[in-house]
Design a protein around this ligand. Sequence first.
Ligand SMILES: [Zn+2]
Length: 228
Amino acid sequence: MTSNWFKESCLDIDSDFQQTISHVLLQKGLVQSKCQTTAMRFIIEVIVFWTLVQGIGACANVKIVSRSAWGAAAPKSVSNLRLPVSLVFIHHTETPACQTLVSCKTRVQSIQRDHMVSKGWNDIGYSFLVAGDGTIYEGRGWNRVGAHTEGYNQRGIAFSFIGSYSGSKPPTAALTAVKKMIQCGISLKKVASRYRLYGHRDVNPTSCPGNALYREIKTWPHYSRTKP
Ligand SMILES: [Zn+2]
C-alpha cells in the first residue's frame, strides 16, 4: 500500500509548484531524484499543516475585543516593536474590576483617557488588558511599543489585569486567558518561545501587580528571578 502510493506519487510530479520545487532541490543537490523530492515535499507539507494547526489552536480559545470594538481613541503616535519580544510583564490597573462587555468597555475607555490625558502618553499604556471573565481587551496590541514598564517598553509586552490584586488574585478565567494569550503570542511569533516573565515590581519601584497576583505569577512557568 505504502510503496504503491509512493510509486504513484513519484510519477505524479506534474503541477508547476511541484516542478519548481523539484527543480530547485535537484539543482541544489539536496535530492538525487524526483522520488526524494516527492518525499521531501510531503514532509514539508506535513510540517506546514502542523504549524498552522498549532497556531490556530493556541489562539482559538482567546476572546479578544479589538480597539474599535471597545471604542478606543486613535493613538497620538505609533512605533513598532522588534519582534518577537523576549520579555512579558504583568500589571494590574488599580481600578475597579469589571466582568461584562458593557462595563469593561467603559472601564478601558477611562483607563485610556487617564493615560492619554492625565499622563500625557501617546495611547493606553498596556499591550492588552484582561477582564474578570477572561475577555482580553486590545491595548497597543502585539506589534506596538507600549508605555507600561519604564526602561523595558522597547523589549517587552504587558498584560494588565483590570482591578486591584493586592488582597486577592484575579478570577481563574482571567489568569487562564493570559496564559493562553502568551501561548498564542508564541505561535504568532510575537513572543519568543524562551520568553521571561516578570511582575512590574521586579523592574520598577511599584507595588504593581499587587501582592496576591505577584505571588500567583511567581508560580508560572517562565517567571524569572534574574533581572532582564
Ligand atoms: Zn504596573
